[in-house]
Design a protein around this ligand. Structure first.
Ligand code: FES
Ligand SMILES: [Fe+2]
Length: 349
C-alpha cells in the first residue's frame, strides 16, 4: 500500500486529553523498543580475518567475528553451555567462534559444531542453533546485521544504492554523530518541515511530498531540490541534493546503540567530474552544504541545533499539530510497523 501526502491539516488524536499535555513529568523521553530492521554494524575493512570484537548495539552487547573464509558472524556474548563470554578469550577456528571456557564451537548461524570432550552433545544441538546470532551481510563496503527482537528472518532485502555500488561515484567524506535519543525521533526530522525554517534558518517552510510504501519512505522537499529515500526503521537512507543538473548524495546508516542513544553515520558522494569543471564545483558545494544541513549558507548545521533538541526533548505520542506541520502522524503510523512489542508498549508510541 502506498500513499502520497502533501502537508495538510492533521487530525488530532480523538482521545487527546488536556491533562496529558499538562503533565509532562509522566512522559518518557524514549518509550520505544529497538525497531526491527537491517542496521549498519561497522566498515568491512575494520574487521580482519580471525578477529573477535565486542560491540554495543540494539541495547545489548554482541560478539562480532570474522572467520577464516572471510565470513562474518555476530552473536550473543554468553555461551549456552555455562555462560562464559565469547568475546573475552574466545577465538576464531575456521569459520567458528570457540568459547574460551570448554572450547565448544559455534558457527555464524549459531549451530554448535564441536564439543571436544564427552560422548554425547545435548540432543538439541542436532536440531537447531543454540547460540543467538543475527543474519549478517556485507554491502556497500560495510557489515550489516538484521535485528528482530523475536529472531524472525529478514522481511526485506538491503537495497541497491547507486552512489555506493555503481561505477563513476566518488567521495570519501564521512561523518558520525551521536544523539541521546531514539532512532524514530531522528528520522521524524525528515517530515518535520516547519523546523527547517525555525531551527535551520531556511527562508520558508518548504513544501513536501511524502510517499510511504511498505518498508520504504520517499520524500521530496522544495520541488526536487532535496529527494530522500529511507528503507526500514530509518536505518538505510539516501538524501540527494540537485542544483543546476548536478547531484550529490548523502548515504546514511544510522545505528540504535541503546534505546536512548543513536549513532548517525553518513557518507557523502557525487559523480566523478573533471578537475576544475563547473560540475565538480557545484557537487562539492552541495556536499559542503549537506554537511552543514542548512537551507541558507548562514543557517545552522544539525550537529549543533538538532542535537540540542534531540538530547533534551521528550516524546509526545499525542502531539498537538497545526496545519503547517508536515505529515508527522502519517510518518509515525508508517514507523510503527518496525516495532514488535506488547500492546501496553505500543500504546505509548
Ligand atoms: S561455557 Fe562455553 S564452552 Fe563451556
Ligand atoms: Fe533537522
Amino acid at each position: 500500500m502506498s500513499n502520497t501526502a502533501e502537508a495538510s491539516a492533521p487530525s488530532p488524536p480523538a482521545d487527546l486529553k488536556l491533562a496529558q499535555l499538562l503533565e509532562s513529568t509522566r512522559l518518557e523521553r524514549c518509550p520505544f523498543p529497538i525497531p526491527s530492521s537491517w542496521f549498519f554494524v561497522d566498515f568491512s575493512g575494520n574487521l580482519k580475518v580471525g578477529e573477535v570484537r565486542n560491540i554495543q548495539l540494539f541495547d545489548q552487547e554482541w560478539v562480532l567475528f570474522r572467520g577464516e573464509s572471510g565470513k562474518v558472524g555476530m552473536s550473543d556474548p554468553y555461551c549456552p553451555h555455562l555462560g562464559a563470554h565469547l568475546g573475552h578469550g574466545g577465538k576464531v577456528c575456521g569459520d567458528h567462534i570457540r568459547c574460551p571456557f570448554h572450547h565448544w564451537e559455534y558457527d555464524a548461524e549459531g549451530w554448535c559444531k564441536q564439543v571436544p570432550y564427552g560422548k554425547n552433545a545435548p540432543a538439541i544441538t542436532k536440531l537447531r542453533p543454540i547460540l543467538r546470532t543475527l543474519p549478517v551481510q556485507e554491502r556497500y563496503g560495510q557489515i550489516w546485521a538484521w535485528f528482530h527482537p523475536k529472531m524472525e528472518p529478514p522481511s526485506w532485502e538491503l537495497p541497491h544504492i547507486p552512489c555506493m555500488e555503481d561505477e563513476g561515484w566518488v567521495g570519501d567524506q564521512r561523518g558520525t554523530w551521536q544523539a541521546s535519543t531514539a532512532i524514530q525521533e531522528i528520522v521524524e526530522n525528515s517530515v518535520d518541515i516547519a523546523h527547517l525554517k525555525f531551527l535551520h534558518g531556511a527562508a520558508g517552510v518548504p513544501p513536501i511530498q511524502v510517499e510511504f510504501d511498505r518498508h520504504m519512505q520517499r520524500f521530496n522537499l522544495g520541488g526536487g531540490y532535496i529527494v530522500g529515500e529511507t528503507w526500514g526503521a530509518g536505518s538505510v537512507g539516501t538524501v540527494t541534493f540537485t542544483q543546476e543538473g548536478v547531484s550529490a548524495t548523502l548515504f546514511s546508516y544510522t545505528q540504535p546503540i541503546t534505546r536512548e542513544l543513536t549513532r548517525m553515520n553518513m557518507s557523502f558522494r557525487h559523480k566523478a567530474y573533471p578537475e576544475g569543471s563547473r560540475e565538480l564545483y557545484i557537487a562539492r558545494k552541495l556536499i559542503d552544504h549537506m554537511q552543514h544541513e542548512a537551507e541558507g549558507e548562514q543557517g545552522a548545521g544539525f550537529e549543533s541545533v538538532d542535537m540540542v533538541i534531540w538530547n533534551n526533548k521528550k516524546y509526545r505520542h499525542k502531539p498537538l499539530l497545526c496545519d503547517g506541520d508536515g505529515p508527522i502522524f502519517q510518518f509515525r503510523e508508517w514507523f510503527r510497523q518496525f516495532y514488535v512489542a506488547e500492546p501496553d508498549v505500543m500504546a505509548k508510541i
